[in-house]
Design a protein around this ligand. Structure first.
Ligand SMILES: NC(=O)c1ccc[n+]([C@@H]2O[C@H](COP(=O)([O-])OP(=O)(O)OC[C@H]3O[C@@H](n4cnc5c(N)ncnc54)[C@H](O)[C@@H]3O)[C@@H](O)[C@H]2O)c1
Length: 399
């Protein structure tokens, strides 16, 4: 156990927590990482990087794992720390309401080792207001401390898997306290390992900043998707129009099969649900519509694929279709809310002869998603959802 009270504890060494822990350790900070996954802790302490797709992380884990970055499954091992950063997941249930089960468990475990004067910083994306309400209440209940006995702040994680190290080193990171002193103390600690740090007026503002970013992306992707469909209807080349439309004050995003992953399709719901709870339905019409537009893009693509199949000299049910990419985004092996996977399943449900392939996935991994595998070159029609390209075997491709 690291005895130094200067050591910071990071609760959750997942895709977001581990890069943060590694960057902090690389800046000379002693870090104790607490993660329930024992096997992951053992590997980190052996200097083995458990997230190979994360650029630059391997060298940092090799250098610091088991030394200035110590991983442990026991909260007790971090009890001498005076700063605790929590970054475990917040899921949403089937109706997109936040499910705090994992978060509450981690926060209550932390509460049991929390001391008077300690600082706790949350990094998980939250519905604005969560840190100062739910988190504070759980910490008080589990520690027996009064609300004013500890410092509490929030700093959203703004990484992107694959680019986390450079994001942490270069991208602006915001931070807000639940009161002035908490913000100030958190700023002092984070300054040791984050160079582009911005203190905002409250934890709630910092929480809103991250949710706003997700909403901005979702709405703009919905706009791009809608313009793409309109351009097609009007016989206009969307990509040519977009290239020339974009300038300093206009940034049309790229169209897609929809929006997947744990972040962008989820965060607008934090605000939609809150407005619904307050019966302020008219305040979130755009957010709700954007969600619908993006989620329904798979219907548009399914129709396009079927129309293309019908041009081939084969009965529709015998056209071998390959969806070339089923992860939610290119370059990551993640499927959460993957619209590409949903598209492949939708076409299967319609009785078409659908297969999948993915540059990142083995045949077995494709099959584990309930889909049949095919080498793209063996299919009659290939749809590449990352390029939005339809290719007929031995023929032309269209966008
Ligand atoms: N991954 C990203 O790209 C990303 C980007 C921005 C924000 N975030 C935020 O980070 C949060 C966490 O995401 P992630 O990708 O790191 O998740 P993850 O699933 O990769 O990792 C979470 C880790 O927390 C550990 N854990 C769970 N419960 C615990 C507990 N009670 N005590 C200790 N450890 C516990 C798990 O074992 C796991 O290793 C997300 O909910 C999101 O708000 C993630």
């Amino acid at each position: 156990m690291i005895k130094s009270p200067d050591a910071i504890a990071i609760i959750g060494l997942g895709n977001a927590g581990l890069p943060l822990a590694a960057v902090a350790a690389d800046s000379g900070v002693k870090v104790i990482g607490v993660d329930l996954n024992e096997e992951r802790c053992v590997r980190i302490n052996q200097g083995i990087n458990p997230i190979p797709e994360e650029k630059g992380l391997e060298e940092l884990i090799m250098l610091h794992g088991g030394k200035s970055l110590l991983a442990t499954p026991r909260f007790e091992d971090a009890k001498n720390c005076s700063t605790f950063i929590v970054i475990v997941p917040l899921f949403v249930d089937e109706s997109y309401s936040p499910d705090f089960t994992v978060m509450e468990r981690a926060v209550r475990s932390l509460g049991r080792i929390l001391k008077k004067g300690d600082l706790v910083v949350l990094e998980t994306t939250f519905p604005p207001g969560t840190t100062d309400t739910k988190i504070r209440a759980w910490l008080c209940e589990s520690s027996g401390l009064e609300p004013s006995d500890f410092f509490l702040a929030y700093s959203p994680e703004r990484i992107m898997t694959g680019y986390s190290i450079s994001r942490l080193r270069e991208f602006p990171k915001v931070l807000g306290g639940t009161d002035e002193e908490s913000g100030f103390r958190a700023f002092q600690v984070y300054s040791k390992f984050i160079s582009n740090l911005h203190l905002v007026s409250s934890a709630k503002v910092a929480e809103m900043i991250k949710v706003m970013e997700g909403c901005y992306r979702d709405v703009n992707i919905a706009l791009a998707n809608e313009l793409y469909k309109i351009c097609e209807e009007m016989g206009v080349d969307f990509f040519e129009a977009r290239e020339n439309a974009n300038h300093q004050f206009c940034h049309i995003h790229l169209p897609s099969t929809g929006v997947g992953g744990h972040c962008i399709p989820v965060y607008p719901w934090f605000l939609i649900k809150e407005m619904e709870r307050r019966e302020e339905f008219s305040r979130c019409r755009l957010l709700r519509t954007s969600r619908e537009v993006n989620d329904e893009m798979i219907l548009y693509w399914a129709e396009k694929i079927i129309l293309e199949c019908m041009k081939l000299d084969k009965p529709l049910s015998m056209v071998k279709i390959c969806i070339k990419g089923i992860t939610f985004r290119e370059g990551v092996k993640e499927f959460y809310h993957s619209r590409n996977l949903a598209l492949a399943r939708l076409l299967s449900e319609k009785g078409l002869d659908v297969y999948a392939a993915d540059p990142l996935l083995s045949e077995d991994m494709v099959k584990s998603k309930g889909l049949r595998y095919i080498r793209p070159e063996e299919a009659d029609l290939i749809f590449d959802p990352f390029e939005l390209r339809l290719t007929v075997a031995g023929g032309d491709s269209t966008r």
